[in-house]
Design a protein around this ligand. Structure first.
Ligand SMILES: Cc1cc2nc3c(=O)[nH]c(=O)nc-3n(C[C@H](O)[C@H](O)[C@H](O)COP(=O)(O)OP(=O)(O)OC[C@H]3O[C@@H](n4cnc5c(N)ncnc54)[C@H](O)[C@@H]3O)c2cc1C
Ligand SMILES: Cc1cc2nc3c(=O)[nH]c(=O)nc-3n(C[C@H](O)[C@H](O)[C@H](O)COP(=O)(O)O)c2cc1C
Length: 620
């Protein structure tokens, strides 16, 4: 394509500008244009359209090199990821560096030898935050190392950090912040300020990648650069490559139809757990066992009505939210996070509190992670407005409230077994606090509104760190009490469907055998078929003493250790606060006891299981 045949986007350039662009392109050699393309990639967010234009510039194959840059120190792209987002970003950065001719290695923190740090000249870190401001399991060791006394001086290291997180958590992007500040404290030099990316991380990540690459290109000037021609589905001859018709995502969810909803608990149970089947037909969506599905829902009418009446607001008053006029009622129902309270909300709310003593008390709570976590548990926004009266207008409130977030559910089905469907297992969250019944937004929306034929917006989130072993012969131990059973229904279905020959052991727990044995008949069928080799149950309220899954593990310690020694992968899903911790500790005790090891060696044994991906958690 010559510059004269270049088609410029209609209405974007004046006639004079069109001439200037064509002149410019004619003046430059192909090599110069390629350099410009790379440079503009880095600036793409400030000049997206021009980048697209440059991307259309023809490139001769001879001028593209895949040779590493001579004399360039290797760049390490290091990621710490749980559900796979940071891994995806790191991989994309690595691919781009390689495509530009850099020597670069992609490295999972889980597999990284910390003492290699001091040798790193160029370190690009992508890391998420989990738990309550904690590193993802894969980053725990390296995080501890850089914060420990053995951390070396890193005078020769240049680095950049992209932190992935979720603004609704009090410790937003904490792990990324920790890496950034510790690397600086160890005298490494930033090539770029830290960038933090919220749940819709893709765009920010893409900009970060391009900026990092551009910065490195500037540094290694004189290098032979690849063009940005493959970007955005444009090939070197200018033709568009295949693009999927619609890509459904968190931002662009799929409108799914509810196929079925069944209450899994029997009459008289204290629990309400629902099995929900959702259609994926015509969505192009698929998933693997271990993945999660995100649901977008809205707040209950009674909660919104109550809040408006309490504040004596007019539900029909119009507010502008993200440039769109909405009634106050619609805003509160559809857009605002009302049933959970976060540190970010409280920090933004404090300045409006009437009584300075109240504001001071809240600030103290905010300053301590533990206090904050126990303070917000069981409170909703209405509680805060009631307990801490404030002079805040509706408009101000809209800037203080956080956007309503989708809720995630472990997928309870195998796509192989149920093509075009996704199943979930949802427990209704309902509790009394300050004489008012509080009801979780999503679980109650699902329980009360999602009947067969109704619609709900969903998206799939991959969870790379919760996967069946690649080898179907490998034994699997699954511990999933309550709704923690969900992914194991997917695991067992998948193993049955794929004819995997590995032995499978499921340990399930709940309150009562007669009312709470979730999916009982399905497990019986799998046992009969031989897919489920072993199943233990722990019904905590059927006997005189409380009996939990970890007690069943302990009772079966010799067998469990034998399975581990046979190479079993161990999985735990469900409650993060107590259950997962107790299960892990029990596993360590069993290994110590059965392996006749010291406590230290038993801890190391589990650490190695984690490192090898043989101990995996999906806890919440
Ligand atoms: C990766 C992942 C997988 C998950 N998988 C599942 C799954 O398979 N099944 C499932 O049911 N859930 C699952 N969850 C949890 C799910 O995402 C929701 O958090 C859960 O359904 C509650 O959401 P909600 O909107 O109903 O409640 P929210 O509106 O989010 O309210 C929850 C809040 O209520 C308060 N609260 C809850 N219980 C009590 C109580 N007993 N006493 C006092 N206060 C309380 C706490 O402050 C809590 O933060 C998963 C979460 C994650 C992150
Ligand atoms: C259970 C759970 C806890 C989380 N805790 C935090 C947190 O404390 N702070 C934060 O910024 N993000 C938190 N996040 C959000 C993740 O960091 C975010 O989803 C990120 O994109 C995950 O990236 P990864 O797939 O690379 O792990 C949490 C997510 C989950 C599922």
């Amino acid at each position: 394509m010559s510059a004269t045949s270049l088609v410029l986007p209609a209405g974007m350039f004046s006639t004079k500008e069109q001439e200037q662009v064509r002149d410019l392109i004619q003046k430059f050699s192909n090599q110069q244009l390629q350099w410009l393309a790379g440079y503009l990639t880095g600036l793409q967010h400030s000049n997206q359209q021009l980048l697209q234009l440059i991307n259309r510039i023809p490139v001769t194959q001879e001028s593209i090199t895949t040779e590493p840059l001579g004399g360039q120190d290797s760049i390490t792209v290091l990621y710490g990821s749980k559900s796979g987002n940071s891994k995806k970003v790191a991989k994309s950065l690595h691919d781009k560096l390689i495509a530009r001719g850099f020597t670069a290695v992609l490295q999972d923190m889980n597999q990284y030898q910390p003492n290699r740090l001091k040798e790193e000249k160029w370190l690009l870190v992508v890391v998420s935050t989990h738990g309550e401001g904690d590193p993802p399991p894969a980053a725990e060791d390296l995080h501890a190392f850089i914060n420990g006394r053995k951390a070396p001086a890193l005078k020769d290291t240049r680095y950049a950090v992209l932190a992935l997180g979720d603004k609704s958590y009090a410790s937003y992007c904490q792990t990324g912040k920790d890496f950034d500040t510790r690397l600086a404290a160890l005298q490494a030099s930033r090539i770029l300020e830290r960038v933090e990316a919220d749940v819709d991380y893709e765009e920010t990540a893409e900009v970060w990648i391009d900026t990092v690459v551009a910065r490195l290109q500037e540094t290694f000037s004189g290098s032979v650069l690849k063009t940005a021609a493959n970007k955005q589905g444009i090939t070197t001859n200018g033709a568009a490559t295949h693009k999927p018709a619609i890509h459904y995502s968190r931002k662009n969810p799929f409108k799914s139809i509810v196929l079925e909803k069944v209450q899994l608990n029997g009459r008289g149970s204290a629990k309400e757990t629902y099995h929900v089947e959702l259609s994926l037909e015509d969505s192009g969506l698929s998933y693997q066992p271990g993945d999660t599905v995100g649901l977008w829902v809205e707040n209950e009418k009674s909660l919104v009505d109550g809040l408006i009446a309490f504040k004596k607001w007019d539900p029909n008053s119009i507010i502008i939210y993200k440039d769109t006029p909405l009634t106050l009622f619609d805003y509160l129902q559809q857009k605002a996070e009302l049933t959970t309270v976060s540190g970010s909300f409280l920090s933004a709310y404090v300045p409006y509190i009437n009584d300075p003593a109240d504001a001071h008390a809240l600030k103290n709570i905010l300053a301590d992670k533990q206090s904050l976590s126990s303070f917000v548990y069981g409170r909703d926004i209405w509680d805060i407005l009631q307990e801490f009266p404030a002079s805040i207008t509706i408009e101000e409130l809209t800037t203080v409230l956080l956007p309503l977030q989708p809720r995630l559910y472990s997928i309870a089905s195998s796509f192989q077994a149920h093509p075009d469907e996704v199943h979930i297992t949802v427990g209704r969250v309902q509790y009394k606090n300050k004489n008012r019944i509080h009801r979780g937004v999503a679980s109650n929306f699902i329980a009360d509104n999602l009947e067969a034929g109704k619609e709900v917006n969903l998206f799939i989130e991959t969870n790379e760190s919760f996967r069946l072993p690649e080898d179907g012969d490998t034994p699997v131990i699954m511990v999933g009490p309550g709704t923690g059973i969900a992914p194991f229904r997917a695991f067992v279905e998948e193993r049955a469907e794929t004819g995997a020959t590995g032995i499978n052991w499921l340990i399930f727990g709940d309150q009562h055998f007669s009312t709470d044995f979730l999916y009982q008949t399905e497990w019986q069928r799998f046992i009969k078929q031989g897919t489920l080799t072993r199943m233990n149950t722990a019904f905590s309220r059927d006997g005189r003493n409380k009996l939990y899954v970890q007690h069943r593990m302990q009772q079966n310690a010799p067998e469990l250790f034998k399975w581990l020694e046979l190479g079993a992968h161990f999985y735990v899903c469900g409650d993060a606060k107590r259950m997962a911790k107790d299960v892990k500790q029990t596993l360590i005790n069993i290994i110590q006891q059965e392996g006749k090891l010291s406590s230290e060696d038993a801890h190391e044994y589990v650490k190695q299981l984690i490192k090898k991906g043989r101990y995996q958690e999906d806890v919440y």
